[in-house]
Design a protein. Structure first.
Lengths: 349, 349
């Protein structure tokens, strides 16, 4: 059977799904609906059906799965309608404005016996898969700090992502990806508490920078920092272990794993800094550090659609499960609560 | 009158003070006492008096000021005895094992009408003075994040600094410097709360890594991370402002101030990452960023001794005041409390 896709919202992400999902075996893009007639026309020009109304799309029998790629504040209504029309539903991230909305979406899919999932595509990011592979391998020894950063210089949240009423802001836009990665990798019940600071650096309505720290039940901690106006870019990932340190500079395999060469001859010397001596932080010769390449990974975004296809066909368990995105959304709500109150917020159920 | 110095503890720091303080006008190093006869002999070999007992040093009339450079757990007792013997007191950092001890030291100096100060020499670190100058200048615009890091690869806390009973550990050893810098620079009453994680990465008794975040009353936040086994070194300082970002790589003037060139022609383009598109974090051409040099500063450690000398002579106010180090010590105690309980700890009085 596979996926016969109808796209709601033929903007940047809707077009992305059309171009990319249609290349996957068992996925056929049937048509798209948009409130903007220009975009409906664009869909037709791109060789799929253009629907001028939501009803047309939802009543199209060829379509068994609906992709919702519109601003956040319309997700709930459209996903519920699609499920009620008997369609499987793939929703763009962030899944909803709040957990209350999400619960209605999950309930609608359940009521209608349909699959409901969210396009958490960054679980297939190469940098993330590298980090996951390193952590799973245990090669850093006991890891105590996991640091996930994204620094840009654009200083802009584009379109509805800059508007509060549409559910914009950095926590929903990128935070939802990074927290999804971290919770999927480190365990959904491993997140004990969050402390978060948000700032409107270049934006008026929504935060375009946040920094948060997660305390984990297993004793480790996680630092997450995302900003559109951080002009000195730190590595995308830093992992601190008691045997080695790993870093990934960007979305690619650019980075390394650094350990000490136990055979290198070193002696501890006291060095002078401008105001005093230190032995603890005296620089050590370069040959003390051994840097190896990051592991190779297969990070194929098309796995996402293949999994949804197979889940629809009853051949696989869904990878991006509704209860997972619900956990992530609850954490984001807790992060906002922390930022507003200045308190540490518990993530225990 | 100036400083006629008697040194208690002629180890690494005691020797440092002898060599460096004696070069300063109005500072004369008279002699040193140590429990280790070899070190007493070393002092004599270096041309000053060697005292075999504390009493000899404290009863030496030539000495008007005592420098205490011994493990932390002996500071209180020795500083109180020195003050009771009618000496001004300079104590090495960390000043004491806890605030209770410090209060006894402050009281003893007060009772005897003597000056009591702590060798918080890193207020004269070049990197710190550069950061202070940048923040004071306002050239970054509104600053929202101040990040102070020190990453080493030694994996060792030397000597008593690795022992709990002597008051070792990274918060007392280096945390006390960095928190002193931050509170002196950002305002002692500006520190609202702290969340801290400590780890024993390579050490058994004491923490050799900590990460903490300060929430400030003025809305900004501060991240501090110090570790002896962080093999990917991030910059010593990162300052995020809404007009520019500054970074300092190490203890020197190595770093820069980055702002955007408003005249550069740019357009916002969507880029593909391995799992999806982004416009918000699309890399921008190099010419968009303008990097300027860090400001020049005068950072002269000898100012510390000159100030103590002038304070003794009634010509200047003490720069490192007892109430300041007391505030810092209270913050460190709060950080330990946070690390032990997993709670955010208030720093409001």
């Amino acid at each position: 059977m596979g996926i016969q896709l109808g796209i709601i919202g033929y903007g940047g992400m809707g077009g992305f799904h059309h171009r990319n999902a249609s290349r996957i075996e068992g996925v056929q893009v049937i048509g798209a609906y948009d409130t903007d007639p220009v975009r409906v026309h664009a869909a037709e020009k791109n060789g799929i059906k253009g629907f001028s109304t939501l009803e047309e799309l939802l009543s199209c029998d060829e379509i068994n799965t609906v992709l919702v790629a519109v601003p956040n504040d319309k997700h709930m209504e459209l996903c519920v309608e699609a499920a009620n029309a008997g369609k499987h539903v793939i929703c763009e991230k962030p899944v909803a404005m709040n957990v209350r909305e999400l619960d209605q979406m999950i309930a609608a899919a359940g009521r209608n016996g349909k699959i409901f999932t969210v396009h958490q595509n960054r679980r297939w990011d190469k940098d993330f898969r590298i980090v996951k592979k390193i952590l799973d391998s245990g090669e850093l020894g006991k890891v105590y700090s996991i640091q996930s950063r994204l620094h840009g210089s654009g200083g802009v949240m584009f379109g509805w992502r800059g508007e509060k009423k549409h559910g914009g802001g950095m926590l929903y836009d990128w935070g939802v990806h990074f927290i999804d990665q971290l919770m999927w990798m480190l365990g959904y019940n491993n997140f004990k508490s969050v402390f978060c600071k948000t700032y409107h650096v270049k934006t008026t309505e929504v935060e375009d920078y946040f920094f948060l720290v997660f305390d984990l039940e297993d004793g480790r901690h996680v630092q997450v920092e995302i900003g559109t106006f951080v002009l000195k870019e730190l590595p995308r990932w830093v992992l601190l272990g008691d045997e080695a340190t790993a870093y990934v500079n960007d979305f690619s395999r650019n980075g390394g794993i650094i350990r000490l060469d136990s055979t290198a001859e070193t002696k501890s010397e006291i060095i002078m800094t401008s105001a005093g001596p230190t032995r603890t932080f005296a620089p050590r010769p370069d040959n003390v550090k051994l840097e190896s390449e990051l592991p190779e990974v297969q990070a194929d975004w098309s796995e996402y659609y293949k999994n949804v296809r197979d889940a629809i066909d009853g051949k696989a368990e869904l990878i991006v499960q509704p209860w997972q995105v619900r956990k992530v959304l609850k954490v984001i709500e807790a992060a906002f609560q922390s930022a507003e109150t200045g308190n540490l917020v518990s993530l225990r159920d």
